[in-house]
Write a protein that binds this ligand. Structure first.
Ligand code: VG1
Ligand code: CO
Length: 544
């Protein structure tokens, strides 16, 4: 194999965010841009000669071209085998599983997840380590540092590889294996859940369902599992073909972007269960007839019911949630006397806790839940978990949720996003918050008394590392909380996220609209950050 060394010029903006490097496609298409970043990763990682690398993505625009380039760079850098999803397709949880199952050195996942796709939209790339999880911060910082000084990359002179044909070919000692994108993942799901019970419940009509794959990567996975294996009718999976532009939609499963599903679930024709996933298949939105389950509640409910699922019959070691996620799961952990960890936003912080067997389940308020089975959040896994729960408990989604609230109380929750705010205004907001935060404790705002206010800094109990500046928390004596942080996944301006939470123990008050129940906190949040005043906007761009 002939290997060329290509001289390159550096880019100074290749800093991975919450989940990989995300930029506009046009940025990635700049000369050597993708090549530089991939070579920077390989320059930093030690000892992968002869080992295998998993490659796959969510099928968005630029996925296939990027894979051909990565194949040539990985070959030139000395990997022994490249394991690639057919047609370049691997959902994020499937890629995580494949890295683990085949003992790969790591993997490159090509996705900008919930960001829109297409020629003028976003692309992304993320490196996952041998446990199947996102590279930890110390690695992503090293990739960035290297990218700022890189002066060349290596490229093998290979023909483009046919990504369509399953099987292994060998080129000068390098194995290139194209695998079925779905098979291993489907087998994993079958080993976790009670597929016989699910088949029965779907086929006898106890469970009717609608799953929206949002024209993104989950379509083939949902079709194989829900239709072929569990016997749901074809009509149960919507938008099942992955398209390069996700049909122009925003592949973020929430009530706004998955509004067709939401409309159906609140109509008279609603099936018993509805769900949607995001661009790369790691997020989930859970709905029942006439009810939307807040992701923070979903995590708590899965934790409280885990022992009904075959893989978790023995109970949970512990649970974890990202800092802005509501405290609903903390109540479940306290009840069952298991540890509950609070980590910064982003899946990379759960990996150590999962590897050390300190937790079994974890999740985030941003429609992400997962467990020991992989090292990424997993959308279809959450869907199957809920289906298994409904089938075992023989209750509707609404009954399960209301019973949960009755037992544990309800953490009324909402997130307000101000997207693509001018970066200077956003930085200003954060600076102002930092200045106020130290003196807030003890301050009284009507019924709300500040109990603590700080900037979240995480100490990893497994590897001893510290991650500072992870968002501002303001907690009140009545258990309410406001959190502010800037998004690390956007590609335009800055996105301010405001997370609002209030605990309601009284079951007669559980049926409330969160925006009404949280109104005093919404006013307080504006008092602290002045986002409306500074931007001149009257409302958030997205409320979830
Ligand atoms: C967002 C979410 C975070 C999630 C991340 C990646 O990050 O808030 O919880 O882990 O997206 O999800 P941020 O920094 O924009 O708030 V995905 O499905 O886009 O990989
Ligand atoms: Co995602």
């Amino acid at each position: 194999m002939h290997i060329k060394t290509i001289v390159t010029q550096t880019y100074q903006d290749q800093n991975p965010g919450t989940s990989g490097l995300r930029k506009k496609v046009k940025v990635f298409q700049q000369r050597h841009y993708l090549e530089n970043f991939v070579q920077s990763i390989f320059d930093v990682l030690p000892n992968f000669q002869g080992k295998s690398l998993v490659i796959g993505g969510d099928g968005r625009y630029f996925n296939k071209e990027a894979i051909q380039t990565i194949i040539k760079i990985a070959a030139a850098n000395g990997f022994g085998e490249l394991i690639i999803g057919q047609n370049g397709i691997l959902s994020t949880p499937a890629a995580s599983h494949i890295i683990r199952k085949y003992g790969a050195f790591g993997g490159l996942i090509l996705s900008a997840s919930h960001n829109p796709a297409g020629e003028n939209e976003d692309f992304g790339i993320k490196y996952n380590v041998s446990n199947g999880g996102p590279a930890p911060e110390k690695d992503t910082q090293a990739f960035f540092a290297r990218s700022k000084i890189i002066d060349s990359y290596k490229l093998a002179e290979l023909p483009d590889i046919n990504l369509n044909e399953i099987g292994t070919q060998e080129i000068d000692g390098l194995k290139i294996t194209i695998i079925d994108s779905v098979k291993d993942y489907a087998q994993l799901m079958e080993s976790i859940f009670d597929f016989d019970l699910l088949r029965q419940s779907i086929q006898n009509g106890f469970i009717t369902l609608s799953f929206d794959a949002m024209s993104a990567v989950t379509g083939p996975y949902a079709k194989r599992i829900l239709i072929d294996m569990l016997g749901a009718p074809e009509s149960a999976v919507q938008n099942a073909t992955p398209l390069e532009d996700f049909a122009g939609h925003h592949p973020d499963p929430n009530l706004i972007h998955a509004h067709e599903l939401a409309d159906l679930m609140f109509s008279d024709n609603a099936p018993t269960f509805g769900a949607a996933s995001d661009g790369d298949g790691d997020r989930n939105m859970i709905m029942g007839k006439g009810i939307f389950v807040t992701p923070s509640d979903s995590l708590a409910i899965l934790a409280a019911n885990a022992t009904l699922i075959p893989a978790y019959y023995k109970g949970l070691k512990g649970v974890a949630r990202s800092m802005p996620t509501s405290q609903a799961v903390d109540r479940v952990a306290a009840h069952y006397k298991i540890p509950c960890y609070e980590t910064p936003t982003g899946w990379k912080f759960f990996g150590n806790l999962l590897d050390a067997d300190k937790i079994t389940l974890c999740g985030e308020e941003s429609f992400g839940t997962g467990s020991q089975h992989v090292r990424e959040k997993d959308g279809l896994w959450a869907v199957l978990f809920w289906l298994n729960l409904i089938a075992r408990r023989r209750q509707s989604v609404a009954e399960i949720v209301y019973e949960h609230w009755k037992k544990f109380g309800r953490d009324i929750y909402s997130r307000h996003d101000y997207e693509a705010v001018d970066s200077d205004i956003a930085n200003n907001i954060m600076t102002n918050l930092r200045e106020q935060i130290e003196t807030l404790a003890g301050t009284v705002f009507g019924d709300y008394v500040v109990k603590y206010a700080d900037e979240f800094c995480y100490h990893d109990s497994v590897d001893g590392s510290t991650s500072a500046n992870q968002g501002f928390r303001i907690g009140f004596t009545n258990g309410s909380r406001i959190v502010f942080r800037l998004s690390g996944t956007g590609t335009v301006g800055a996105t301010l996220r405001i997370y609002l939470e209030r605990f309601e123990p009284d079951a007669t008050k559980h049926n409330q609209d969160p925006q009404i129940a949280l109104a005093p906190l919404i006013v307080l949040a504006e008092h602290f950050c002045n986002v409306k005043q500074l931007t001149g906007w009257t409302a958030p761009t997205v409320i979830t």
